[in-house]
Design a protein around this ligand. Sequence first.
Ligand SMILES: Cc1cc2nc3c(=O)[nH]c(=O)nc-3n(C[C@H](O)[C@H](O)[C@H](O)COP(=O)(O)O)c2cc1C
Length: 324
Amino acid sequence: MGKFFRKYYKPLKIGSVTLDGNVLMAPLAGYTCFPFRLMARRLGAALAFTEMTSANGLKYRDEATRKLLFTNDFEEPKAVQLLGAEPNIFEHACRSGFVEPFDIVDINMGCPVPNVIKSGEGCALMSKPDTAARIIEACKRSGKTVTVKCRLGLSDSENAAEFAKICENAGADMITVHGRTRNMMYSGAPLYERIAEVKSVVSIPVIANGGIFSEESAVEMMSRTGADGVMLARYGFENPLIFSELSGKTTGETKYELLLEQIDITQKYFDETFLLSYIKKLTSYFMKKKPGTKQFRQELYRCGEVGELKRVIGEIFAENRGGG
Ligand SMILES: Cc1cc2nc3c(=O)[nH]c(=O)nc-3n(C[C@H](O)[C@H](O)[C@H](O)COP(=O)(O)O)c2cc1C
């Protein structure tokens, strides 16, 4: 067992929800669909979030939203992430049929994308703490467990600790801090000491996120921030076996086997167009650091049906179908 498991792995209580562990899979737009979340959970992530979903968009009840928010009782507990700018829209969203099955509502206060910021959503809420607080209160009225995911600030001068305290006072049950400012986007080492500041001022659980790409970096995140747990995003998608490593679960599964399992699950619940798009993304992440597979990338993206996709995946992982 690795150091993370021995020293830092523990159950986590978020509001009325108790999780087996403190290693979480982040929301990732375009990636964290139901089949992926099931796999991450099975391998050891204690919770996995849907990708961000527009709170306002829920009223249209369209097919795209249905796919984004698909879940069933194999996923327990269930966590949805909502994006928006207005308290009353969040309140309606939390009471909608789409959100009803979810136990936890996470509010996106970290998205740095220009269009999102312009609409006053995502990370823009960090510079409007009053609105952020009213959104949390509005979500809490649904009776669900409510969490917040934010960054260190919209600009470098902002104070995540002060913001976290406001979220806690408004009723947030947990806060996840991506240890980068909006200006840093997705690169640069996380600023551990600023996450530690957040931890020192609130008593709700603080989850540290950003730049965890190995067991060692998860250990470093915990030791330098004192956080209650970690959330992995890009590396969780690239190598979901990291969840087994961090949670002390042994699995002899290979990435090839995981892909075949994901094809089966996705086939059960989604159409072929969705399946092809999702499995191609997952395969492409899985082969990122795999030498000698570059030449298969084009072939992978050309696949037009599941049989062909399975054949190409078989070629990519040919030498380690049994163990790698
Ligand atoms: C492609 C992509 C999509 C993302 N989508 C979301 C999202 O829907 N909601 C959210 O809160 N964060 C989203 N994030 C941010 C991640 O959840 C995470 O905070 C960030 O990638 C830092 O973690 P990492 O260094 O472990 O990847 C996204 C990041 C990427 C790269």
